[in-house]
Ligand binder design. Structure first.
Ligand code: ATP
Ligand code: MG
Length: 214
């Protein structure tokens, strides 16, 4: 039987993917939140899940170590999408990529064309492209988390980060000042697997798309 490997990350993507998997008749044998296992079996002998860091999902799928996976658009834009077929927006893990600064910072004045800004972010490609379009020169400072801290301690003038409720920004005296792009998670499929494993993949993709519409 054709073996199928699905790459997922723990947390909100796993939680919000469970109903989609269920719609395709796939039920994991264990919960990755409580299990330490990185490979989790399912109710199908030929289907397994691999639990990876959210930003690593495109890489596993690109190289065919996983046949398909679910990744945020933020992660996909940064990755570039090489080797990936992206047939479906799953409409889960929704948030916005925004520019945020310390409350009271005159962002409008600081971001006119020709000015120079220090921007801390986990998303250097998205940030660079955004400010290039505005004609603002940026020094990008790559961080891996807790971006909200950077403007507070003078590491940067602004941050580029994901915002959902804005609660974390508010709690740290920051405010969102510019919307960059709406984010949700997408299905990503290995381009070769789509052809060689079409018979097993197609019904799952169909079930996912029907569950998303419903
Ligand atoms: P970690 O938080 O452990 O550093 P991560 O940030 O890569 O890892 P998550 O926070 O679980 O992982 O985010 C996974 C994906 O969920 C992101 O790539 C993004 O698409 C989406 N996401 C992130 N933050 C939010 C949010 N506040 N609301 C909705 N979706 C979000
Ligand atoms: Mg996170």
């Amino acid at each position: 039987m054709t073996q199928l490997t699905i790459a997922l990350s723990k947390g909100r993507i796993f939680e919000e993917t469970l109903p989609l998997l269920a719609a395709a008749g796939i039920v994991p044998n264990e919960n990755p939140e409580s299990s330490r296992k990185l490979i989790i079996g399912t109710n199908h002998d030929n289907i397994q899940l691999v639990i990876v860091r959210a930003s690593d999902v495109p890489t596993y799928v690109q190289y065919g170590a996983a046949d398909f996976g679910i990744a945020g658009k933020d992660v996909l834009i940064e990755h570039g999408g090489e080797g990936l077929y992206q047939p479906l927006d799953l409409n889960i893990a929704k948030c916005r990529m925004m520019v945020a600064v310390c409350k009271g910072f005159d962002y409008a004045a600081a971001s006119v064309a020709g000015s120079r800004l220090r921007v801390a972010t986990k998303y250097p490609n998205i940030a660079a492209e955004h400010f290039a379009k505005k004609g603002v020169h940026v020094d990008i400072i790559k961080l891996y988390g807790s971006m909200e801290l950077a403007p507070l301690v003078g590491l940067s003038d602004a941050i580029v980060d994901l915002v959902s409720t804005g609660g974390t920004l508010k709690a740290n005296g920051l405010e969102a000042v510019e919307h960059i792009v709406n984010i949700s998670s997408r299905l990503v499929v290995n381009k070769a697997a789509l052809k060689t494993k079409y018979d097993v993949l197609a019904p799952i993709l169909t079930a996912f798309s029907e569950a998303v519409v419903a």
